[in-house]
Write a protein that binds this ligand. Structure first.
Ligand SMILES: Cc1cc2nc3c(=O)[nH]c(=O)nc-3n(C[C@H](O)[C@H](O)[C@H](O)COP(=O)(O)OP(=O)(O)OC[C@H]3O[C@@H](n4cnc5c(N)ncnc54)[C@H](O)[C@@H]3O)c2cc1C
Length: 406
């Protein structure tokens, strides 16, 4: 099985559209199949860390993300009750120098449309719910609920945490409910306000944490408020909650948070699921990307970033080995699986350290933050230097590319 001329992508989330853009820029024909009737990223914010922004630069969308995004001053860890700073990692003034890209907050729908708007309409197919795949030595075929099929040299499952493609390749396996649920909301505040600092703020408390940051160019605040629960919570954007429920879940938390929560209009409850890292993502002519391959807890803000990196590396691998699909997919996995596995496991670990239940455990953790702030400032707080340093462009440096995505 040799040449890769056409790729079919199942799923048009951030990973799917990032892959489509990257393939087109490498001159590889692609068709994308999305279950929904249109692209529909949800109403929430997302943090794009420098490692993902490097890919956004590489595909030529940097000016657009800068125009729409918000650049936070720092990542700041605060005590849930007193608001005291446990750590502060400067971002705005240092990311570009340290990592060759800034750290950006943006609305998810805006991030998605950066990629999607460059795709020719005729390659995007909606209302196409994939029900399975089949393959032989010469091709792979995605099968859809409406009775249609699409055959290509390579099919990529970018269909999210409950991936049908993954289940078809490796058997059904429910993702693990992690015992965490989060409330997600965006509060329009009209501009930077004194009770929400212009940072990526992690409020760490017993059995929960809250992340706040500005989106919509600084006109609204995105809230991700995580708490532990014994109750199974659905992972769905249709699972509405209420301001009252949200306030009741964080009693005694800092007054600035209470003030922010009391302005929430629309709020959703979201169960958090993940899976263990997989030993492989590929079977023959079908592979996986993004959450379908490595769903993770959002505590390192890396799920979409990993999907974007995956897309760029997979397109580069295919372009480097156009006449040898097994070599392309082996190179893709060799580059991506170790990194995404480490991020998956580290994200789990963050869930533990952010939520330490007793004052003594919290004191020890915060003391450690203070020591590291003195002796190793770049590794303080959420210890993400190794995540941000990664540069997917190095992998793709020698792959042939077209001048524009069209
Ligand atoms: C609370 C929270 C906060 C987060 N914050 C961040 C952050 O700050 N930074 C970050 O990088 N990541 C963050 N993430 C993670 C990020 O949202 C996901 O990792 C990312 O969206 C995964 O992209 P994806 O394209 O792989 O999957 P998805 O976004 O799930 O897209 C999958 C697509 O496939 C489609 N689909 C599904 N099944 C089928 C089918 N059978 N046939 C056809 N189409 C199908 C879906 O409709 C969807 O469009 C966060 C996640 C959560 C829950």
């Amino acid at each position: 099985m040799g040449t890769v001329k056409t790729v079919g992508i199942v799923g048009g989330g951030i990973g799917g559209v990032a892959l489509a853009v990257s393939l087109l820029q490498r001159g590889i024909a692609v068709q994308l199949f999305e279950r929904a009737d249109k692209f529909g990223e949800v109403g929430a914010g997302i943090q794009m860390t420098p490692n993902a922004v490097k890919v956004i630069k590489a595909v030529g969308l940097y000016d657009q993300i800068i125009a729409r995004g918000f650049l936070p001053n720092a990542v700041v860890g605060r005590n849930w009750k007193t608001g005291k700073e446990n750590f502060r990692i400067p971002l705005k003034d240092s990311c570009e120098t340290l990592y060759d890209a800034p750290y950006i907050h943006i609305h998810r729908a805006e991030l998605h449309s950066l990629f999607a708007d460059t795709l020719p309409a005729e390659i995007c197919h909606f209302g196409k719910a994939c029900t399975g795949v089949r393959q032989d030595a010469d091709s792979a075929t995605a099968i859809f609920a409406d009775g249609t099929e699409f055959t290509a040299d390579l099919i990529v499952g970018a269909d999210g945490v409950r991936s049908i493609v993954r289940a078809d390749l490796f058997g059904p396996q429910e993702p693990r409910f992690t015992g965490h649920m989060c409330y997600r909301a965006v509060v329009p505040v009209g501009g930077v306000v004194d009770y929400v600092s212009p940072d990526s703020v992690f409020w760490m408390g017993p059995n929960g944490h809250v992340v706040t940051y500005y989106v919509n160019g600084g006109k609204a605040v995105n809230i991700v408020a995580v708490s532990e629960t014994a109750e199974w919570v659905e992972e769905s954007w249709n699972s509405r909650s209420s301001r009252e429920e949200m306030l009741a879940s964080f009693p005694g938390w800092h007054p600035n948070l209470q003030k922010l929560f009391s302005q929430v209009d629309e709020v959703y409850r979201w169960g958090l699921f993940d899976r263990d890292p997989m030993p492989t993502w590929t079977k023959g002519r079908v592979t996986l990307l993004g959450d379908s391959a490595h769903p993770m807890l959002p505590f390192l803000s890396q799920g979409a970033a990993m999907a974007i990196e995956d897309g760029y590396v997979l397109a580069s691998a295919v372009a480097l080995h156009t006449n040898d699909l097994p070599a392309a997919l082996a190179a893709y996995e060799a580059e991506r699986r170790p990194r995404t596995s480490r991020v998956q496991l580290e994200a789990r670990e963050r869930g533990r350290t952010y939520h330490l239940p007793t004052p003594w455990q919290q004191f020890k953790r915060d003391f450690d933050y203070r020591m590291r702030a003195i002796f190793s400032p770049r590794t303080t707080g959420i210890k993400t230097d190794w995540v941000y340093e990664y540069d997917a462009r190095r992998f793709g440096a020698h792959a042939p590319r077209m001048e524009t995505a069209s």
